[in-house]
Design a binder for this molecule. Structure first.
Ligand code: HEM
Length: 246
């Protein structure tokens, strides 16, 4: 299926390019800028994932009160609300720009092999477009269930903590993670996310020009650490809730 989509996109782009021959040069120049943007947005999203993971791990405390208060703070604080706009723009920009860069790579296929570099030594580099599609599908389901349903459709019960009423986000997550298919779907998505980050993290540094032999081993090591910490950290949550006494 990916092959047919790729062929379709390539033919459309070829028609566009033959109509506007001037695009040939400007395309490769601007693709460098786009790579910077994809890299910066990607690193920003990784920072978000660490914060998100830290808050989600509060779910594993004996009571969900701390998680509920933290989630409520994150959902209502004005600074965090501004950050949310930046976050969603970051996700949007990262997806759109990486798609454009991917299509440009396909179009410049003979050149691409000459530009082969150390970040492509990651075994997951060939599957970035595949893993990103899976992460995108995960995000759509995730945001519908925990973001749109609770924030815009009011499908969430309230809980009173220290005399104040909070949306019981903890209960919502725990209820979801008692369903086997949800747990399996989430765990598979986190494994794919780990693969995506393993290449994505080191590739971001490469795009930003940090491909010096002195730093490469450290960046590769960090890339492996970041992908394992995030994937395993997120996987622990549904597993602990499903098998634990929550
Ligand atoms: C066990 C894992 C996870 C749990 C339990 C979880 C839970 C939640 C909850 C409860 C919310 C709503 C927070 C609120 O605004 O009140 C949320 C929002 C969100 N989640 Fe997750 N999440 C998990 C993993 C992920 C992953 C791996 C990603 C990205 C790939 C992600 C991306 C987002 C985004 C973009 C939002 C909306 C922004 C926000 O509210 O902070 N989540 N998640």
């Amino acid at each position: 299926m990916f092959h047919s989509i790729r062929l379709f996109v390539l033919s459309v782009m070829n028609i566009v390019q033959s109509n506007y021959t001037i695009m040939g040069n400007s395309l490769s120049q601007s693709s460098l800028t786009k790579k910077y943007v994809v890299a910066l947005a990607g690193l920003f999203l990784i920072t978000f994932l660490f914060v998100h993971l830290a808050i989600n791990l509060l779910l594993l405390l004996p009571a969900t009160d701390t998680f509920n208060v933290a989630a409520h703070f994150m959902g209502t604080n004005i600074i965090i609300k501004v950050f949310e706009v930046v976050l969603f723009s970051g996700i949007f920009i990262h997806i759109i720009y990486s798609l454009i860069v991917q299509v440009q790579n396909w179009m410049a296929r003979p050149v691409r092999y000459k530009l082969e570099n150390w970040s492509h030594t990651s075994p997951f580099s060939k599957f970035m477009i595949h893993t990103s599609v899976i992460i995108f599908i995960f995000l759509v389901f995730h945001l519908i269930e925990f973001y749109i349903e609770t924030k815009f459709l009011g499908q969430i019960a309230d809980v009173v903590i220290d005399g104040e009423s909070y949306p019981d986000m903890g209960l919502k997550v725990i209820t979801a993670f008692k369903i086997p298919i949800v747990v399996i779907g989430y765990i598979l998505s986190f494994i794919v996310l780990g693969f995506h980050l393993h290449h994505g993290f080191q590739s971001a540094f490469q795009s930003l020009g940090l491909n010096h032999t002195k730093y490469t081993p450290t960046i590769k090591l960090l890339s492996t650490a970041v992908s394992i910490i995030l994937a395993v950290g997120f996987i622990i949550i549904p597993l602990a809730i499903y098998f634990g006494n929550y």
